[in-house]
Ligand binder design. Sequence first.
Ligand code: F0G
Length: 461
Amino acid sequence: MNTIIEPFKIKSVEPINFTTREYRERAIREAFYNLFLLKADDVLIDFLTDSGTAAMSSKQWAAIMDGDESYAGSRSFFRFEEVIKELTGFKHIIPTHQGRAAEKILFTVVGGLGKVIPNNTHFDTTRANVEFSGSEAVDLPVAVALDTEKRADFKGNMDLDKLEALIKKTGRENIPLCFLTVTNNSVGGQPVSMSNIRRTKALLNKYDIPLFIDACRFAENAFFIKLREPEYRDRSVRDIAHEMFSYADGCTMSAKKDALVNIGGFLALNDSGLAEKARSLLIMTEGFPTYGGLAGRDLDAIAQGLTEVLDEDYLKYRIRSVEYFGDKLEKAGVPVLVPTGGHAVFLDAHRFLPDIPPENFPGQALSVQLYLEGGIRSVEIGSVMFGKEVDGKFFGAQLELVRLAIPRRVYTQSHIDFAAEVVIEVFRKRNSIPGYKITYEPPFLRHFTAHFEALPIGGRY
Ligand code: F0G
Protein backbone atom coordinates (compact mmCIF):
# COMPACT_ATOMS: atom_id res chain seq x y z
CA MET A 1 0.00 0.00 0.00
CA ASN A 2 1.41 3.40 -0.94
CA THR A 3 -1.03 5.74 0.77
CA ILE A 4 0.23 7.03 4.08
CA ILE A 5 -2.81 7.54 6.28
CA GLU A 6 -3.35 9.57 9.44
CA PRO A 7 -2.19 7.20 12.20
CA PHE A 8 -5.15 8.02 14.45
CA LYS A 9 -8.91 8.08 14.48
CA ILE A 10 -10.90 11.06 15.68
CA LYS A 11 -12.64 11.00 19.06
CA SER A 12 -13.56 14.64 19.51
CA VAL A 13 -14.29 17.19 16.80
CA GLU A 14 -14.45 20.97 16.63
CA PRO A 15 -16.48 22.67 13.89
CA ILE A 16 -14.82 25.14 11.53
CA ASN A 17 -16.69 28.10 10.14
CA PHE A 18 -17.56 28.57 6.49
CA THR A 19 -17.88 32.17 5.35
CA THR A 20 -18.70 33.89 2.09
CA ARG A 21 -16.18 35.93 0.12
CA GLU A 22 -18.21 39.03 0.90
CA TYR A 23 -17.98 38.27 4.62
CA ARG A 24 -14.22 37.74 4.39
CA GLU A 25 -13.77 40.99 2.48
CA ARG A 26 -15.39 42.80 5.37
CA ALA A 27 -13.53 40.82 8.05
CA ILE A 28 -10.10 41.46 6.55
CA ARG A 29 -10.89 45.14 5.98
CA GLU A 30 -11.94 45.46 9.61
CA ALA A 31 -8.66 43.72 10.58
CA PHE A 32 -6.76 46.39 8.58
CA TYR A 33 -5.50 43.65 6.22
CA ASN A 34 -3.43 42.14 9.04
CA LEU A 35 -4.17 38.43 9.53
CA PHE A 36 -3.05 38.56 13.17
CA LEU A 37 -5.99 40.90 13.82
CA LEU A 38 -8.64 38.53 12.44
CA LYS A 39 -10.96 36.65 14.78
CA ALA A 40 -9.98 32.97 14.62
CA ASP A 41 -13.68 32.12 14.17
CA ASP A 42 -13.56 33.91 10.83
CA VAL A 43 -10.80 31.56 9.58
CA LEU A 44 -11.64 28.27 7.87
CA ILE A 45 -8.21 26.61 7.91
CA ASP A 46 -5.65 28.12 10.25
CA PHE A 47 -2.05 27.72 9.10
CA LEU A 48 -0.80 30.73 11.08
CA THR A 49 1.41 28.54 13.25
CA ASP A 50 2.15 24.98 14.32
CA SER A 51 2.81 26.28 17.84
CA GLY A 52 0.37 25.39 20.60
CA THR A 53 -2.16 24.28 17.99
CA ALA A 54 -1.73 20.48 18.17
CA ALA A 55 -4.55 18.08 18.94
CA MET A 56 -3.77 16.16 22.12
CA SER A 57 -4.28 12.41 22.27
CA SER A 58 -6.73 10.58 24.52
CA LYS A 59 -3.72 9.51 26.61
CA GLN A 60 -2.66 13.13 27.03
CA TRP A 61 -6.18 14.08 28.16
CA ALA A 62 -6.09 11.16 30.58
CA ALA A 63 -2.72 12.42 31.85
CA ILE A 64 -4.31 15.85 32.36
CA MET A 65 -6.88 14.31 34.71
CA ASP A 66 -4.06 12.63 36.57
CA GLY A 67 -2.12 15.90 37.03
CA ASP A 68 -0.96 16.65 40.56
CA GLU A 69 -1.47 20.32 41.44
CA SER A 70 0.71 20.36 44.55
CA TYR A 71 2.70 23.59 44.77
CA ALA A 72 5.98 21.81 45.53
CA GLY A 73 7.25 18.33 44.73
CA SER A 74 4.32 17.46 42.49
CA ARG A 75 4.18 13.94 41.06
CA SER A 76 3.60 15.50 37.63
CA PHE A 77 6.97 17.26 37.83
CA PHE A 78 8.81 14.04 38.56
CA ARG A 79 7.21 12.35 35.58
CA PHE A 80 8.07 15.36 33.37
CA GLU A 81 11.64 15.41 34.67
CA GLU A 82 12.12 11.68 34.17
CA VAL A 83 10.89 11.71 30.56
CA ILE A 84 13.07 14.70 29.63
CA LYS A 85 16.15 13.32 31.40
CA GLU A 86 15.74 10.04 29.59
CA LEU A 87 15.30 11.84 26.24
CA THR A 88 18.05 14.46 26.53
CA GLY A 89 20.45 13.12 29.13
CA PHE A 90 20.70 16.61 30.72
CA LYS A 91 21.07 16.88 34.50
CA HIS A 92 18.87 19.85 35.30
CA ILE A 93 15.33 20.16 33.95
CA ILE A 94 13.63 23.51 34.51
CA PRO A 95 9.98 23.91 33.42
CA THR A 96 8.85 27.21 31.87
CA HIS A 97 5.52 28.41 30.50
CA GLN A 98 6.84 28.36 26.91
CA GLY A 99 10.03 28.42 24.86
CA ARG A 100 10.71 32.14 25.05
CA ALA A 101 10.59 32.06 28.86
CA ALA A 102 13.42 29.50 28.82
CA GLU A 103 15.32 31.78 26.40
CA LYS A 104 14.72 34.83 28.58
CA ILE A 105 16.11 33.08 31.65
CA LEU A 106 19.10 31.58 29.83
CA PHE A 107 20.19 34.83 28.14
CA THR A 108 19.64 36.85 31.30
CA VAL A 109 22.14 34.51 32.97
CA VAL A 110 24.73 34.13 30.18
CA GLY A 111 24.14 37.22 27.99
CA GLY A 112 25.00 40.87 28.50
CA LEU A 113 26.80 43.70 26.79
CA GLY A 114 29.68 42.76 24.48
CA LYS A 115 28.71 39.08 24.20
CA VAL A 116 27.92 37.35 20.92
CA ILE A 117 25.58 34.37 20.41
CA PRO A 118 25.98 32.42 17.15
CA ASN A 119 23.10 30.27 15.84
CA ASN A 120 22.37 28.56 12.52
CA THR A 121 19.41 30.98 12.52
CA HIS A 122 17.80 32.61 15.55
CA PHE A 123 14.02 32.43 15.76
CA ASP A 124 12.62 35.96 16.36
CA THR A 125 11.99 35.48 20.10
CA THR A 126 15.46 34.00 20.56
CA ARG A 127 17.03 36.96 18.76
CA ALA A 128 14.88 39.39 20.78
CA ASN A 129 15.96 37.78 24.07
CA VAL A 130 19.65 37.78 23.08
CA GLU A 131 19.46 41.43 22.04
CA PHE A 132 17.42 42.47 25.08
CA SER A 133 20.26 41.17 27.30
CA GLY A 134 22.64 43.49 25.43
CA SER A 135 24.31 40.74 23.38
CA GLU A 136 24.57 40.37 19.63
CA ALA A 137 22.71 37.56 17.83
CA VAL A 138 24.56 36.29 14.73
CA ASP A 139 22.93 33.98 12.15
CA LEU A 140 25.27 31.60 10.33
CA PRO A 141 23.14 29.46 7.98
CA VAL A 142 24.80 27.62 5.09
CA ALA A 143 24.63 29.65 1.86
CA VAL A 144 22.24 27.23 0.14
CA ALA A 145 19.58 28.06 2.77
CA LEU A 146 18.91 31.36 1.04
CA ASP A 147 18.22 29.81 -2.36
CA THR A 148 14.55 28.78 -2.29
CA GLU A 149 14.84 26.93 -5.62
CA LYS A 150 17.80 24.75 -4.74
CA ARG A 151 17.07 21.33 -3.30
CA ALA A 152 19.46 20.07 -0.60
CA ASP A 153 19.01 17.56 2.20
CA PHE A 154 20.14 19.69 5.13
CA LYS A 155 19.53 23.34 4.36
CA GLY A 156 19.19 23.98 8.11
CA ASN A 157 22.91 23.42 8.76
CA MET A 158 25.34 25.79 10.46
CA ASP A 159 28.11 27.25 8.26
CA LEU A 160 31.16 26.01 10.16
CA ASP A 161 33.72 28.16 8.35
CA LYS A 162 31.75 31.25 9.25
CA LEU A 163 31.40 30.01 12.83
CA GLU A 164 35.15 29.56 13.20
CA ALA A 165 35.82 32.97 11.63
CA LEU A 166 33.33 34.55 14.07
CA ILE A 167 34.97 32.88 17.07
CA LYS A 168 38.42 34.08 15.98
CA LYS A 169 37.17 37.61 15.38
CA THR A 170 35.07 37.88 18.56
CA GLY A 171 37.29 35.98 20.97
CA ARG A 172 36.20 32.84 22.77
CA GLU A 173 35.72 34.77 26.04
CA ASN A 174 32.90 36.82 24.45
CA ILE A 175 30.90 33.80 23.28
CA PRO A 176 29.18 32.25 26.31
CA LEU A 177 27.50 29.58 24.18
CA CYS A 178 26.49 28.69 20.65
CA PHE A 179 23.02 27.60 19.51
CA LEU A 180 21.71 25.20 16.90
CA THR A 181 18.01 25.48 16.01
CA VAL A 182 16.50 22.13 14.93
CA THR A 183 14.74 22.21 12.59
CA ASN A 184 15.78 25.64 11.33
CA ASN A 185 12.39 27.39 11.30
CA SER A 186 13.47 30.72 9.84
CA VAL A 187 14.97 29.23 6.65
CA GLY A 188 11.95 27.02 5.95
CA GLY A 189 11.78 24.35 8.67
CA GLN A 190 14.90 22.74 7.17
CA PRO A 191 16.73 20.01 9.09
CA VAL A 192 20.25 20.01 10.51
CA SER A 193 22.28 16.86 9.82
CA MET A 194 23.86 14.76 12.55
CA SER A 195 27.22 15.29 10.94
CA ASN A 196 26.72 19.06 11.15
CA ILE A 197 25.74 18.81 14.83
CA ARG A 198 28.78 16.61 15.50
CA ARG A 199 31.15 18.91 13.63
CA THR A 200 29.71 22.01 15.29
CA LYS A 201 30.36 20.39 18.67
CA ALA A 202 33.92 19.41 17.69
CA LEU A 203 34.69 22.96 16.58
CA LEU A 204 33.21 24.45 19.75
CA ASN A 205 35.20 21.98 21.88
CA LYS A 206 38.38 23.37 20.38
CA TYR A 207 37.48 26.74 21.89
CA ASP A 208 35.72 25.40 24.98
CA ILE A 209 32.34 26.94 24.05
CA PRO A 210 29.18 25.09 25.15
CA LEU A 211 26.58 24.03 22.57
CA PHE A 212 22.86 24.51 23.20
CA ILE A 213 20.04 23.20 21.04
CA ASP A 214 16.79 25.07 20.34
CA ALA A 215 14.88 21.81 20.40
CA CYS A 216 11.27 22.85 19.48
CA ARG A 217 11.13 20.48 16.51
CA PHE A 218 13.77 17.92 17.55
CA ALA A 219 11.65 14.88 16.61
CA GLU A 220 10.96 16.15 13.09
CA ASN A 221 14.69 16.86 12.73
CA ALA A 222 15.57 13.37 13.99
CA PHE A 223 13.20 11.80 11.45
CA PHE A 224 14.80 13.78 8.59
CA ILE A 225 18.19 12.44 9.73
CA LYS A 226 16.80 8.92 9.51
CA LEU A 227 15.43 9.60 6.02
CA ARG A 228 18.39 11.48 4.58
CA GLU A 229 21.61 10.50 6.35
CA PRO A 230 22.40 6.96 5.16
CA GLU A 231 24.18 5.72 8.28
CA TYR A 232 21.06 6.45 10.36
CA ARG A 233 18.60 4.59 8.14
CA ASP A 234 18.36 1.62 10.47
CA ARG A 235 18.51 3.50 13.76
CA SER A 236 15.38 4.30 15.76
CA VAL A 237 14.31 7.95 15.88
CA ARG A 238 14.56 7.81 19.68
CA ASP A 239 18.16 6.71 19.33
CA ILE A 240 18.86 9.48 16.82
CA ALA A 241 17.31 12.06 19.16
CA HIS A 242 19.50 10.74 22.02
CA GLU A 243 22.58 11.16 19.86
CA MET A 244 21.58 14.71 18.83
CA PHE A 245 21.24 15.77 22.46
CA SER A 246 24.43 13.93 23.45
CA TYR A 247 26.51 16.55 21.59
CA ALA A 248 24.89 19.43 23.49
CA ASP A 249 25.37 20.94 26.93
CA GLY A 250 21.79 22.06 27.21
CA CYS A 251 18.64 23.02 25.34
CA THR A 252 15.68 25.35 25.31
CA MET A 253 12.38 23.87 24.24
CA SER A 254 9.00 25.15 23.24
CA ALA A 255 6.78 22.20 24.15
CA LYS A 256 4.09 23.81 21.95
CA LYS A 257 5.65 22.10 18.94
CA ASP A 258 7.11 18.59 19.27
CA ALA A 259 5.75 17.91 22.77
CA LEU A 260 2.28 18.01 21.18
CA VAL A 261 0.72 20.31 23.78
CA ASN A 262 -0.93 23.72 23.75
CA ILE A 263 1.35 25.41 26.27
CA GLY A 264 4.69 24.74 27.97
CA GLY A 265 8.44 24.62 27.61
CA PHE A 266 11.66 23.97 29.46
CA LEU A 267 15.32 24.77 29.87
CA ALA A 268 17.58 21.76 30.36
CA LEU A 269 21.31 21.84 31.04
CA ASN A 270 24.28 20.13 32.64
CA ASP A 271 26.11 23.05 34.28
CA SER A 272 25.02 23.10 37.95
CA GLY A 273 26.19 26.69 38.52
CA LEU A 274 24.15 27.96 35.59
CA ALA A 275 21.17 25.86 36.65
CA GLU A 276 21.21 27.41 40.10
CA LYS A 277 21.19 30.93 38.67
CA ALA A 278 18.43 29.97 36.25
CA ARG A 279 16.28 28.54 39.07
CA SER A 280 16.63 31.74 41.11
CA LEU A 281 15.34 33.74 38.15
CA LEU A 282 12.65 31.14 37.54
CA ILE A 283 11.23 31.66 41.01
CA MET A 284 11.00 35.39 40.40
CA THR A 285 9.45 35.24 36.96
CA GLU A 286 7.83 31.85 36.33
CA GLY A 287 7.26 29.94 39.55
CA PHE A 288 8.67 27.33 41.91
CA PRO A 289 11.16 24.94 40.21
CA THR A 290 8.76 21.99 40.26
CA TYR A 291 6.09 23.76 38.19
CA GLY A 292 7.73 26.83 36.58
CA GLY A 293 4.77 28.69 35.15
CA LEU A 294 2.70 25.62 34.33
CA ALA A 295 -0.06 23.64 36.03
CA GLY A 296 0.84 20.12 37.16
CA ARG A 297 -1.51 18.77 34.50
CA ASP A 298 0.46 20.57 31.76
CA LEU A 299 3.66 18.85 32.89
CA ASP A 300 1.92 15.49 32.59
CA ALA A 301 0.59 16.29 29.11
CA ILE A 302 4.12 17.28 28.00
CA ALA A 303 5.63 14.08 29.39
CA GLN A 304 3.07 12.03 27.48
CA GLY A 305 3.47 14.13 24.30
CA LEU A 306 7.25 13.70 24.30
CA THR A 307 6.72 9.97 24.44
CA GLU A 308 4.20 9.94 21.56
CA VAL A 309 6.11 12.26 19.24
CA LEU A 310 8.87 9.69 18.70
CA ASP A 311 6.41 7.16 17.30
CA GLU A 312 7.74 6.57 13.80
CA ASP A 313 4.31 6.02 12.25
CA TYR A 314 3.36 9.45 13.53
CA LEU A 315 6.54 11.08 12.20
CA LYS A 316 6.23 9.37 8.83
CA TYR A 317 2.69 10.73 8.48
CA ARG A 318 3.71 14.16 9.78
CA ILE A 319 6.64 14.71 7.43
CA ARG A 320 4.84 13.13 4.47
CA SER A 321 1.65 15.17 4.91
CA VAL A 322 3.59 18.44 4.82
CA GLU A 323 5.59 17.21 1.83
CA TYR A 324 2.36 16.11 0.08
CA PHE A 325 1.07 19.68 0.32
CA GLY A 326 4.36 21.09 -1.02
CA ASP A 327 4.47 18.54 -3.89
CA LYS A 328 0.95 19.40 -5.03
CA LEU A 329 1.80 23.08 -5.23
CA GLU A 330 5.12 22.48 -6.93
CA LYS A 331 3.48 20.27 -9.57
CA ALA A 332 1.04 23.10 -10.34
CA GLY A 333 3.97 25.46 -10.90
CA VAL A 334 3.47 27.45 -7.68
CA PRO A 335 6.82 28.83 -6.45
CA VAL A 336 7.51 27.05 -3.16
CA LEU A 337 10.67 26.77 -1.12
CA VAL A 338 12.18 23.33 -1.81
CA PRO A 339 12.49 20.84 -0.33
CA THR A 340 9.43 21.18 1.92
CA GLY A 341 10.38 21.57 5.57
CA GLY A 342 9.13 19.65 8.59
CA HIS A 343 6.32 21.82 9.86
CA ALA A 344 5.26 24.10 7.03
CA VAL A 345 5.10 24.84 3.34
CA PHE A 346 6.72 28.16 2.47
CA LEU A 347 5.55 30.04 -0.63
CA ASP A 348 8.12 32.26 -2.30
CA ALA A 349 6.15 35.49 -2.63
CA HIS A 350 8.95 37.19 -4.53
CA ARG A 351 8.61 34.68 -7.38
CA PHE A 352 4.82 34.37 -6.94
CA LEU A 353 4.23 38.13 -7.32
CA PRO A 354 7.31 39.45 -9.13
CA ASP A 355 5.63 42.74 -10.00
CA ILE A 356 5.08 43.74 -6.38
CA PRO A 357 8.31 45.26 -5.03
CA PRO A 358 9.45 44.51 -1.44
CA GLU A 359 8.29 47.94 -0.22
CA ASN A 360 4.74 46.96 -1.22
CA PHE A 361 4.98 43.67 0.67
CA PRO A 362 4.38 40.78 -1.76
CA GLY A 363 4.14 38.30 1.14
CA GLN A 364 1.43 40.33 2.83
CA ALA A 365 -0.39 40.68 -0.49
CA LEU A 366 -0.30 36.93 -1.01
CA SER A 367 -1.42 36.02 2.51
CA VAL A 368 -4.37 38.45 2.34
CA GLN A 369 -5.37 36.89 -0.99
CA LEU A 370 -5.27 33.34 0.41
CA TYR A 371 -7.68 34.45 3.10
CA LEU A 372 -10.01 36.19 0.65
CA GLU A 373 -10.00 33.25 -1.74
CA GLY A 374 -10.51 30.40 0.72
CA GLY A 375 -10.52 31.55 4.36
CA ILE A 376 -6.94 30.30 4.86
CA ARG A 377 -4.72 32.04 7.36
CA SER A 378 -0.96 32.03 6.76
CA VAL A 379 1.85 34.24 8.01
CA GLU A 380 4.10 36.62 6.11
CA ILE A 381 7.79 36.12 6.78
CA GLY A 382 9.28 38.84 4.65
CA SER A 383 9.59 42.60 4.51
CA VAL A 384 6.70 43.28 6.90
CA MET A 385 8.52 41.22 9.55
CA PHE A 386 12.13 42.09 8.71
CA GLY A 387 12.09 45.10 6.36
CA LYS A 388 13.41 48.41 7.66
CA GLU A 389 13.37 52.01 6.68
CA VAL A 390 16.58 53.89 7.48
CA ASP A 391 16.77 57.62 6.64
CA GLY A 392 13.85 57.29 4.26
CA LYS A 393 15.47 54.37 2.40
CA PHE A 394 13.72 51.00 2.38
CA PHE A 395 15.65 47.79 3.06
CA GLY A 396 13.71 44.62 2.23
CA ALA A 397 14.04 41.19 3.89
CA GLN A 398 16.42 38.58 2.42
CA LEU A 399 13.47 36.38 1.49
CA GLU A 400 9.79 37.18 0.87
CA LEU A 401 8.02 34.11 2.23
CA VAL A 402 4.51 33.13 3.22
CA ARG A 403 4.43 30.27 5.70
CA LEU A 404 1.59 27.77 5.79
CA ALA A 405 2.36 26.02 9.09
CA ILE A 406 0.53 22.76 9.67
CA PRO A 407 -0.80 22.13 13.19
CA ARG A 408 0.01 18.61 14.42
CA ARG A 409 -2.75 15.97 14.10
CA VAL A 410 -5.44 18.63 13.43
CA TYR A 411 -6.24 18.63 9.71
CA THR A 412 -6.88 15.67 7.41
CA GLN A 413 -5.81 15.07 3.84
CA SER A 414 -8.96 16.68 2.43
CA HIS A 415 -8.21 19.91 4.31
CA ILE A 416 -4.78 19.88 2.68
CA ASP A 417 -6.28 19.12 -0.76
CA PHE A 418 -8.66 22.04 -0.34
CA ALA A 419 -5.88 24.38 0.79
CA ALA A 420 -3.78 23.38 -2.24
CA GLU A 421 -6.72 24.22 -4.54
CA VAL A 422 -7.00 27.65 -2.93
CA VAL A 423 -3.28 28.40 -3.37
CA ILE A 424 -3.37 27.22 -6.99
CA GLU A 425 -6.43 29.37 -7.71
CA VAL A 426 -4.69 32.42 -6.23
CA PHE A 427 -1.66 31.61 -8.38
CA ARG A 428 -3.88 31.53 -11.46
CA LYS A 429 -5.19 35.00 -10.58
CA ARG A 430 -1.77 36.36 -9.58
CA ASN A 431 -1.88 39.26 -12.01
CA SER A 432 -4.82 40.86 -10.28
CA ILE A 433 -3.37 41.01 -6.74
CA PRO A 434 -2.62 44.43 -5.26
CA GLY A 435 0.41 45.46 -3.22
CA TYR A 436 0.01 47.13 0.18
CA LYS A 437 1.25 50.07 2.15
CA ILE A 438 1.48 50.40 5.93
CA THR A 439 -0.82 53.02 7.44
CA TYR A 440 0.09 52.39 11.09
CA GLU A 441 2.99 50.61 12.77
CA PRO A 442 4.17 50.26 16.38
CA PRO A 443 7.86 50.80 17.27
CA PHE A 444 8.67 47.06 17.70
CA LEU A 445 7.53 43.76 16.12
CA ARG A 446 5.24 45.59 13.72
CA HIS A 447 3.90 42.50 11.96
CA PHE A 448 1.62 41.66 14.91
CA THR A 449 -0.33 44.93 14.95
CA ALA A 450 0.45 47.00 11.83
CA HIS A 451 -2.41 48.30 9.68
CA PHE A 452 -2.33 48.08 5.88
CA GLU A 453 -4.13 49.54 2.90
CA ALA A 454 -4.35 47.99 -0.57
CA LEU A 455 -2.84 49.91 -3.48
CA PRO A 456 -4.40 49.98 -6.95
CA ILE A 457 -3.31 46.91 -8.98
CA GLY A 458 0.15 47.60 -10.34
CA GLY A 459 0.33 50.68 -8.09
CA ARG A 460 3.42 51.72 -6.17
CA TYR A 461 3.81 53.50 -2.89
N1 F0G B 1 12.42 28.71 18.80
C1 F0G B 1 11.84 28.40 17.62
C2 F0G B 1 12.66 27.76 16.55
C3 F0G B 1 10.47 28.66 17.42
O1 F0G B 1 9.91 28.34 16.25
C4 F0G B 1 9.72 29.26 18.47
C5 F0G B 1 8.30 29.57 18.28
C6 F0G B 1 10.37 29.56 19.68
C7 F0G B 1 11.73 29.28 19.81
C8 F0G B 1 9.65 30.22 20.83
O2 F0G B 1 8.79 29.33 21.46
O3 F0G B 1 6.52 30.32 21.12
O4 F0G B 1 6.96 28.62 22.92
O5 F0G B 1 7.83 30.91 23.14
N2 F0G B 1 7.74 29.57 17.16
C9 F0G B 1 6.34 29.83 16.84
C10 F0G B 1 6.16 29.84 15.36
C11 F0G B 1 5.73 30.99 17.54
O6 F0G B 1 5.05 30.21 14.91
O7 F0G B 1 7.08 29.46 14.62
P1 F0G B 1 7.45 29.83 22.19
